[in-house]
Ligand binder design. Structure first.
Ligand code: BGC
Length: 356
């Protein structure tokens, strides 16, 4: 069968490889791959800047935003052939640390976790894959291909859960949220903001572009789109919560500086380092301390967040979700998926010729 592989650390090593059919172990599902989403992490791996092959092998099967259809399921697994599923990305470290031992592998303390398609574990970009049924999540059949958004949605479901937990340190009724970056993570963060139960949250999204699909996707959520820079928006709306999804240094710093009193700033973008800025660390510290602000990072997701993600996607307008997927690339032409095009939001690699 065909799979998309790279040699981590080696630029231009991406290829569609011919691999033996996977053999499901006891407790594993055998799954026909439908699609994988492509994100910044995948691009970093393809650029040779990130990623780790499993064991002593030197190639890594890519793909962590998965969607497939169960071909074979062990009895008692809770799955049946034909079910639409997404595989979880992270696996606990072998030790395991306290967090991993409690099912919170997204909060692993010792960094020895593995991640499918990223770190020490083959991914899901193959025509067939296996997954331990305990690390598979059922996707509503009605979502069809849109189920490929479960993984990025799980990342923002975790981010919002953490924001709420931090907010609970005192009275917390956020009125305005600003999301920086209208890529898939930013857009899904805005979607979840609009879905918050009982909350009348004023949702704003900031990006650089003035045309293409992003402004319309934002207004399609009933949110407000901005493109003039964080200072400009923040002065006007004083956001109680900022979800930062660009990873761009100056935006990250502005987000830390320009939130409301008791502001919560959730950083989700993985930056590529190397760019330096001069900052007044004392003034920044003073602003954070005197306002009881919290700036925190959030990455990955555990099973609880995957379930929240499938619920959020099931509640969303399918036409809006469909608008987030702006390009589909067949596996044979996979390399073109990793070159960013102007109007890309979510690019998806299709693994099968069958309709999902
Ligand atoms: C994935 C996360 C993963 C992170 C770091 C992201 O792209 O969505 O699941 O933990 O990369 O490897």
């Amino acid at each position: 069968m065909r799979a998309l592989t790279v040699v981590p650390g080696e630029r231009d090593s991406l290829e569609v490889s011919e691999l033996p059919e996977p053999e499901p172990g006891p407790g594993d599902l055998l799954v026909d791959g439908i699609a994988v989403g492509v994100c910044g992490t995948d691009k970093d791996i393809v650029a040779g800047e990130y990623g780790e092959a499993p064991g002593t092998g030197h190639r890594l099967v890519l793909g962590h935003e998965s969607l497939g259809r169960v071909r074979q399921a062990p009895t008692g697994s809770g799955f049946r052939p034909g079910d639409l599923v997404a595989g979880v990305v992270r696996r606990p470290d072998p030790e395991p640390c306290g967090a991993c031992a409690h099912g919170e592998f997204d909060m692993c303390r010792n960094g020895r976790y593995t991640e499918r398609g990223i770190k020490g574990h083959h991914g899901y970009a193959s025509e067939r894959w296996t997954v331990d049924a305990d690390y598979a999540v059922r996707v509503d059949d009605e979502l069809g291909e849109l189920g490929v958004l479960v993984e990025p949605a799980s990342v923002v479901a975790k981010a919002w859960e953490q924001i709420d937990r931090i907010g609970a340190r005192s009275w917390f009724e956020p009125a305005r949220v600003l999301v920086t970056g209208a890529g898939p993570i930013g857009l899904l963060a805005a979607l979840l903001a609009t879905q918050r139960a009982g909350a009348d949250l004023d949702v704003h999204v900031l990006d650089q572009v003035t045309d293409g699909p992003k402004p319309e996707l934002v207004t399609g959520l009933g949110a407000t789109y901005h493109h003039r820079g964080l200072d400009d928006v923040a002065d006007r709306i004083r956001p109680d919560v900022i979800v930062e999804a660009t990873g761009a240094g100056p935006v990250v710093l502005d987000a830390m500086r320009r939130n409301a009193a008791c502001g919560i700033v959730c950083l989700t973008g993985v930056s590529s380092g190397g760019r330096r800025f001069e900052i007044d660390a004392g003034a920044l510290n003073r602003a954070i301390v005197l306002e009881n602000d919290v700036v925190f990072g959030s990455v990955n997701a555990n099973l609880r967040h995957y379930r929240l993600a499938t619920e959020a996607l099931a509640k969303a307008d399918p036409a809006w979700l469909a608008g987030v997927i702006t390009r589909r690339v067949p596996l044979a032409e996979a390399a073109t998926a990793f070159t960013t095009r102007r109007d890309d939001v979510k690019v998806v690699l299709t693994l099968s010729d069958q309709p999902s």
